[in-house]
Write a protein that binds this ligand. Structure first.
Ligand code: C2E
Ligand code: MG
Ligand code: MG
Length: 734
């Protein structure tokens, strides 16, 4: 058709030149234009239209508006029926069609060309419809962009649907924040329940995580990073905290300033649970719930380092149940398991917080004790005590599914300080010691170190013997006289002796310590005190002894017992001893702990009339502050100073100072261990009130003391000369 583009003469009356320019314009217009007659047939189409439709002019002109000739698709890709063609819509309704998206399949190109169509009716002067103009612009690129955007959104949606991730997006410039529905769902809220508030997530943050997360964000934003990840906990609607992994990107402007944060939150609850489960499986024994071997080895490394640094001892105890195999074989594994579980429970209860307990497997358990004493001896004693307790709790009968069962453990122990030999060595040592415990009759504790074991054995034997000795009343009093500065006999100190056999007399230095650590000192002390009170009551009726005081040594352990004052009161009442003749000798070590309690207890005893003297003064805690706080009557100057007083200027200054101090505090002074004339002369010259020592009289058996000093007419000799004469006369020697 040579007349193409067609003249729009129908619109009537364009001058020729204008018509030519108009045709030209149509040809170059970047939009397609197709004109139809009132019957729907194409009468004209410009170049763009032909290009878009992919047909030649000769094919198009005169073609009908039906789908036998055309093939168009709708925006959703389905075939468009001819009735929906823009031209037909206009012909049918007489109204224009706007912005209809129409696809033109182009099989040769392997795709669809898309166009936005607008169509309007042409009317003649009479108003009758005489044609339809359809204009369209190619929007293929736009349509594809939209499709791919849609697709990627779809992909994103599907991907997020399959994961637990909750997207969010934060515009740091406008402060606008977007939390996805899943974000709220993860925290137990409906999506529209919460306002999109930028501080909402911080408000829900676990208080323990807040400072760390704030610091993290403060460092992240000005920094160079483009991506980040961090874990924290957010509060769920029901109050519990959800562990969350937050990962995201930081969008920065040209200057590097963060303008947008965007990312996802992942719910870690399940992962944490499985991590926990894996940890449990790896480090805990499933049967008893106790830490297993692996855990123990990990832990031991740290314990060894800790104890080494603190300069303290620790101990590893290896415990094996006696005859466990027999139980398993005869009663079955289920019953064996019951026992193991119960053993674990009892052990856990018996140990202190801070002690470590693990099950190595089978019937083997390990206990690790930390922070024991500074010396091996002290640590050994503590291990002994723990061992005793373990033997005791496991010695109680078990109830295994209704059947009573008696069990016992064999325990091996080894001490450590620092990590000289390593964990394996320790385990081997304790294991060896445990075998020794089995060999030596089971149901017992053995130490790996033979020296230590020997000491422990001796101690145990001594404790047992002390117990028997107490029951058999083998502890007797010796008395050592004390003289005033004028040489008169003023009192005596009761010193205990152990008559183990007919001719065997054991001094207190050999058993007081054992009695203290073996828990026997209270009974022993009471025995001594009772004998002392009986003596005082007797003396009160004897002319030569009635005025004498008796000093009895009391141990720290006795004074720590809140019942002690009452026990003394009972004794005094029962024996009829004059309380103000009784002096209790304490050492400075009693003041080391809980002085408030102690002052209170001493005051109660003072209330009864009893006096106190501070023994071995100068060797102990030397904080003089307590001297004024405690109701003391006398200081006993330690033997070590007295013995050097005649030749060591240091000692003589100390003794002088003690006497001066005592005088200021209105305390009497007693010198113990006076052996030489020169010592006595020095002490007398410096005003020491009372003297005690071999020079003046050795400790003698109580009855001997009473016989020797209990004669009414026997006046204590004056001065040293007289004393010596007196001693010679009475044949004193012990
Ligand atoms: P202590 O209370 O300081 O007793 C003085 C010790 O020095 C006594 O030793 C005594 O025999 C000894 N002694 C006395 N004069 C001299 C001397 O001139 N030279 C020398 N070298 N020694 C002298 P003993 O009887 O062996 O008592 C030792 C320690 O045992 C006592 O020291 C006291 O702390 C403790 N003790 C004695 N009896 C008891 C008691 O019944 N209960 C308690 N808890 N401890 C006691
Ligand atoms: Mg004493
Ligand atoms: Mg003393």
């Amino acid at each position: 058709m040579d007349a193409y583009p067609p003249r729009m003469a129908a619109a009537g009356g364009l001058p020729d030149d204008a018509q030519r320019r108009f045709d030209e314009l149509l040809a170059h217009l970047p939009a397609g234009v197709v004109m139809h007659d009132a019957g729907g047939r194409v009468v004209a189409a410009n170049r763009q239209a032909l290009a878009l439709l992919g047909r030649g002019e000769d094919q198009v002109l005169g073609s009908p508006d039906d789908d036998a000739f055309w093939h168009f698709v709708r925006a959703d890709g389905t075939r468009m029926p001819a009735s929906e063609y823009p031209v037909n819509a206009v012909l049918r309704t007489g109204a224009k069609v706007s912005d209809l998206v129409v696809g033109v399949p182009r099989p040769a190109e392997g795709g669809v060309r898309w166009a936005i169509c607008n169509a309007y009716p042409e009317r003649g002067e009479d108003g009758a419809l005489c044609g339809v103009v359809v204009c369209f612009t190619d929007c293929t690129a736009l349509k594809y962009a939209e499709q791919s955007l849609h697709k990627s959104e779809e992909r994103m949606r599907l991907a997020l649907q399959g994961s637990t991730d909750a997207p969010w997006d934060w515009d740091l410039v406008t402060g606008e924040i977007y939390y996805s529905a899943r974000y709220w769902e993860m925290l137990g809220y409906a999506a529209d329940e919460q306002a999109p508030d930028p501080s909402a997530w911080m408000r829900m943050m676990h208080p323990e995580d807040r400072a760390r997360v704030v610091a993290f964000v403060d460092e992240l934003l000005p920094g160079p990073r483009q991506a980040y990840s961090i874990e924290f906990r957010l509060r769920h609607h029901d109050g519990h905290y959800v562990p969350v992994l937050s990962r995201g990107f930081i969008l920065r402007d040209a200057l590097g300033a963060a303008v947008r944060l965007s990312g996802t939150n992942t719910d870690l609850t399940e992962r944490k649970q499985s991590e926990h489960r894996i940890h449990e499986l790896a480090y805990f024994d499933q049967l008893t719930g106790l830490p297993n071997r692996r855990f123990l080895i990990d832990e031991l490394g740290q314990i060894l380092a800790r104890n080494g640094r603190a300069g303290r001892h620790g101990a590893l105890l290896f415990l094996d149940l006696d005859h466990f195999k027999l139980l398993n074989d005869t009663m079955g594994h289920d019953v064996g398991d019951l026992l193991l579980r119960e053993v674990a429970r009892r052990l856990r209860r018996a140990l202190r917080e801070g002690d470590h307990l693990a099950r190595l497997g089978g019937d083997e358990f390990v206990i690790v004790l930390e922070n024991l004493g500074h010396t091996p001896a002290a640590a050994t004693a503590e291990v002994q005590a723990v061992g005793r307790k373990v033997l005791e709790v496991l010695g109680e009968p078990f109830d295994l599914a209704g059947r009573p069962y008696a069990s016992s453990p064999s325990i091996g122990a080894t001490l450590f300080d620092g990590d000289p030999d390593g964990i394996d060595t320790l385990l081997r040592q304790a294991d060896l010691a445990m075998y020794r415990a089995k060999e030596e009759g089971r149901n017992t504790l053995r130490f790996f170190d033979p020296g230590m074991q020997a000491a422990v054995d001796r101690q145990a034997a001594l404790s047992a013997a002390l117990r028997t000795g107490l029951a058999r009343r083998q502890f007797v009093l010796y008395c050592q006289p004390q003289f005033g500065h004028d040489g008169s006999l003023v009192g005596a100190e009761a010193l205990v002796r152990w008559k183990r056999g007919a001719d065997e007399l054991v001094g207190p230095g050999e058993f007081i310590g054992a009695a203290e650590s073996g828990g026997l000192i209270a009974a022993l002390g009471m025995d001594v005190l009772e004998q002392g009170c009986h003596a005082l009551a007797r003396w009160a009726r004897a002319p030569g002894l009635a005025a004498l005081k008796l000093a009895v040594n009391v141990s720290v352990h006795q004074l720590r017992d809140p019942d002690f004052p009452r026990a003394v009161a009972t004794l005094l009442a029962a024996t009829g001893a004059p309380a103000d003749r009784l002096t209790l000798e304490l050492t400075e070590s009693v003041f080391a702990r809980n002085p408030a309690d102690l002052v209170d207890r001493m005051q109660q005893l003072r209330g009864l009339g009893v006096h106190f003297a501070l023994d071995d003064f100068g060797t102990g805690y030397s904080s003089l502050a307590y001297l004024a706080r405690f109701p003391l009557a006398a200081l006993k100057i330690d033997r070590s100073f007295v013995q050097d007083v005649d030749h060591d200027p240091n000692a003589s200054s100390i003794v002088e100072a003690i006497i001066a101090l005592a005088r200021k505090l209105h305390l009497a002074t007693i010198a113990e261990g006076v052996e030489l004339d020169a010592q006595q002369a020095f002490l007398t010259a410096h005003g020491c009130d009372v003297m005690q020592g071999y020079l003046l009289g050795r400790p003698v058996a109580l009855d001997e003391f009473e016989r020797r000093y209990g004669q009414a007419d026997l006046q204590a000799p004056q001065g040293l000369q007289g004393l010596q004469a007196f001693q010679a006369a009475s044949g004193s020697s012990t």
